[in-house]
Design a protein around this ligand. Structure first.
Ligand code: ADP
Ligand code: GN1
Ligand code: MG
Length: 372
């Protein structure tokens, strides 16, 4: 970020104190995130999060911000009702000078800024299983808190975000076009996807038959999208609300599993390290189902293992599509980064296929203990 841009952006938000410095922050793949430091007249420091929103990924940032403002306002009321702290348990925006929730800079880039939630960490890996459990309760609770939210008032910030069937079609087109000549280096992975069209179609078929309900879901439930309180170890705040829109509860469950229950990082190159931990799967299922507070149908509960498989498959297919199309969607930090990421996801799918019976048994068990 160039200095004049920083100055322009910062002076257009209602910050308190004098700007001291900005530091790139967090491990997100989409937005550019910075931590800003300010100092007041007495030398007291305060901090804020500043984000340049990704216009390629989110083509209608104003609609997106309307969603996020409405959802956070609603969450604040629910949090207050239960005696929580809305300053810490949901995102709080610092408005622009004109009162809007975002600022458009002179080159047309969209910026927004939140109060910084202190003494809390967004983990890129499960360091303590208890954190994973807490994140599950928080994402389940998020689902429960929004269960009465009028879903039809939300914009679809990314069309067909988890429409795995539609993503399969985009993937096939990317393979056929092979604009960068990369398909030859991913033959095995391409075959892996093509052999599993049934996985891509699974939820869209059930939706069509009316067997599962659309709900308001988060849709991007990675462990680093929930902040864990450094003192208590409890998950305090679900963040990254850009994709909150109608979806399936299995997406939220499944996305957490593919990221957090993996025994290795999302971009691990040594695939022998990658598997889906059944201990973490069970732990997350317990927390999530408990957090949902009895709101889910029997069918949804039984479909949780399928959620994990479909989301790992879909995410791997998205990484592979981006690799084939020239890495224009997910930020990459090395050559073949998206191909490496795709391989871990497919390794997880294979591992889940092997552990399918165990996953079903775990879920049955958890349902009988937690869903009652
Ligand atoms: P992306 O869409 O790129 O993933 P996020 O909104 O998830 O962007 O933000 C990136 C990271 O910044 C998060 O994983 C988290 O660590 C940190 N972060 C975001 N918002 C806050 C906040 N209000 N307080 C503290 N940390 C935050
Ligand atoms: C992106 O924004 P971030 O890094 O939390 C992506 C998710 C993927 C994830 C893979 C808007 O999440 O859908 O599952 O990367 N978000 C968007 O790590 O596409
Ligand atoms: Mg994020």
């Amino acid at each position: 970020m160039e200095k004049p841009v920083v100055e322009e952006v910062i002076k257009n938000f209602r910050y308190e104190g004098t700007f001291v410095k900005k530091t790139p922050y967090g491990g997100g793949h989409i937005n550019d995130t910075y931590l800003l430091d300010f100092e007041d007249g007495d030398g007291k420091r305060s901090q804020a999060i500043l984000q340049r929103m990704n216009k390629e990924v989110f083509p209608r940032p104003a609609e997106l911000m309307e969603n996020v403002m409405n959802v956070t306002a609603y969450l604040k009321e629910r949090i207050e009702e239960r005696g929580g702290d809305p300053g810490r348990e949901t995102l709080n925006f610092i408005p622009a000078l004109d009162g809007k929730a975002y600022y458009v800079d002179s080159s047309g880039e969209y910026w927004r800024t939140y109060t910084y939630i202190t003494d809390a960490v967004g983990y890129d890996r499960v360091e303590k299983p208890e954190h994973f459990y807490q994140s599950a309760v928080a994402f389940g609770n998020f689902q429960q808190l929004l269960s009465e939210y009028p879903a039809d008032t939300l914009y679809e910030t990314i069309e067909g975000f988890h429409d795995t069937k539609a993503r399969f079609a985009v993937f096939k087109k990317a393979v056929e076009e092979d604009r960068l000549g990369r398909a030859a280096s991913a033959r095995k992975e391409i075959a892996f996807v093509l052999e599993r069209e049934d996985v891509a179609d699974y939820f869209s078929n059930l939706l069509k038959k009316g067997e599962i309900p659309l709900r308001v879901t988060h849709n991007d439930t990675k462990l680093n999208n929930v902040l864990i309180d450094s003192k208590t170890g409890k998950a305090i705040c679900v963040i990254d609300l850009d994709t909150v829109m109608p979806g399936l509860v299995m997406y939220d469950f499944g996305d957490s599993i593919r990221f957090g229950a993996s025994t290795a990082a999302e971009d691990e190159q040594d695939l022998s390290k990658v598997s889906c931990s059944m201990e973490l799967f069970e732990l997350y299922a317990r927390g999530f189902i408990k957090g949902c507070g009895g709101k889910l149908t029997k069918r949804e509960l039984e479909l949780m293992p399928m959620g994990a498989k479909v989301m790992s498959f879909e995410c791997g297919m998205r990484f592979l599509t981006d690799y084939l199309q020239g890495d224009t969607y997910f930020k990459i930090h090395r050559e073949h980064h998206n191909l490496d990421r795709c391989r871990t996801q497919f390794k997880l799918v294979e591992d889940m296929e092997e552990k399918w019976y165990t996953m079903q048994e775990i879920i049955k068990n958890v349902i009988s203990q937690e869903a009652g």
